[in-house]
Write a protein that binds this ligand. Sequence first.
Ligand code: ADP
Ligand code: YYY
Length: 226
Amino acid sequence: MSRPVVVPVLTIDGPSGSGKGTVSRLVAECLGWRLLDSGALYRAVGYAAGAAGLDLSDIDAVTRCAQSTKIRFHPSADGGDTRVLVNGHDATDELRTETAGAAASAIASIPSVRQALVDLQLGFRKAPGLVADGRDMGTVIFPDAAYKVFLTASAAERAKRRYKQLKEKGLSVTLSGLQREIEARDARDASRAVAPLKPADDAVLVDTTGMPIDEVVAKVFAVVRS
Ligand SMILES: Nc1ncnc2c1ncn2[C@@H]1O[C@H](COP(=O)(O)OP(=O)(O)O)[C@@H](O)[C@H]1O
Ligand SMILES: Nc1ccn([C@H]2C[C@H](O)[C@@H](COP(=O)(O)OP(=O)(O)O)O2)c(=O)n1
């Protein structure tokens, strides 16, 4: 009897602005593996709930929204950011705002919302491999992942990175406001009862404060090679 082939998974979890998205994309491209941006799923549900005029604390309504929202990822025509389609609408730009991040964090604390997104996330695990970026990739969604990394950086540095990124996109933000928002979101993500933001016991921790992106990528590759 032949054994089922186990598709390898690399999980990259961590707080906002730690570099998960950037590093996951670079590593997935290099390995030729698929990429799961799980935060985009929570952002998409928060966005769809807001667009439908739902109260984000209405557990039943937001859960139905999570179950019915159609989320698709498409490569962009010009080689830029992957486009995220929410119920057929290209919501990529709206999803990157800190308001969308806060809405995502709010609805992500509802256990039935998380449950509604599990199968969709598991479906990304296809050959030759998957890089999964989020908060609970190594702890809850892919606990059997062969490679697990948890990225951190000081809140001040993460706020500076986000400030630069959003300014470049032409958004009007302040550094102090962003740092407050990031710290509030981290506190909520880390303190929720279900799938809180925390490193898996078997994750390799990388503090990226003051570390250039190529060095972080090299550290992640070292984990995959080990
Ligand atoms: N090690 C790093 N040093 C400097 N800037 C970084 C580093 N890692 C990520 N960045 C920048 O910080 C911003 C946020 O990174 P991102 O990958 O979106 O973080 P996350 O997905 O963890 O929220 C991006 O503009 C990215 O280019
Ligand atoms: N696996 C995940 C991914 C994101 N979330 C929630 C909590 C986060 O604050 C929001 C947004 O996540 P996202 O990774 O897009 O945010 P950052 O890029 O790290 O700022 O979604 C989650 O609960 N579980």
